[in-house]
Design a protein around this ligand. Sequence first.
Ligand code: PMP
Length: 281
Amino acid sequence: NWILLDDQLVKEEQVNISKEDRGYQFGDGVYEVIRIYEGDLFTGQEHIDRFYESAQKIRLVIPYTKDVLQKMVHELVEANEVINGYVYMQITRGASPRQHQFPEQGQPVLTGYTKLMERPIELMRNGVHAKFVEDVRWLRCDIKSLNLLGNVLAKQEAMENDCYEAVLHRGETVTEGSSSNVYGIKDGVIYTHPADNHILNGITRREIIAVCAELGIPFEEKAFTKEAAHTMDELFISSTTAEVLPVTVLDAQPIGDGTPGETTRRLQQAFERRLGLKESA
Ligand code: PMP
């Protein structure tokens, strides 16, 4: 398995990250996850664009052009002969003696690797359970930052309660999942939190908005409350790795009749068509 280290493909043994890397010590960096279906990157350009946006928001300059990075990512995927899986990549502000402010000199450190992963077909069919967890994260959740403690603690709490995902809320307002965006469907209209500083503007979310336009399903970027979540006809989450997953139970209460809803199914099917797979699930 090849690893992308800065602008080189290297073997795992050649990766030697400093104990003083700011990613390691401060979570001072940003990342992306890009899905690979049948050997091709899905929405690769959008992910690369968001990677540069996240970096820019933390004042980190990626020392490659987007075209060069995209080419390197393609080479990584090809070298590892990934059919179904994903690319993880991150860039940190690099290594320097530990101090909070930016180092005067210091080279960003880019790493990327691939993993094999199949589509979560069972979860897509049967849906998942979720749990409300208070969203105590910072106010720049639009940045895909390496600082994921708030997300990690929320997901752990969900898992310990036999739930697949934590549905985060700031006070009464539902924001997003610990690693996904969250949507409610009421009377045929899809609602989700606006893409402001409280949530990550998911690439899958953008695809879903496009799918809704295609299917003529009304889509409103309008936040809903915890209370409203319980009375939605359907609830679902989305992410790069999980696609569109119905949420059938929230805080031990069924959503609708407690089975995946019709509109969520239609979205899943339309989303799958966008993948242009040779073999469908
Ligand atoms: N919100 C958070 C907090 C996430 O970690 C993710 C997964 N990257 C998402 C939303 C979904 O974003 P995307 O569709 O781009 O994977």
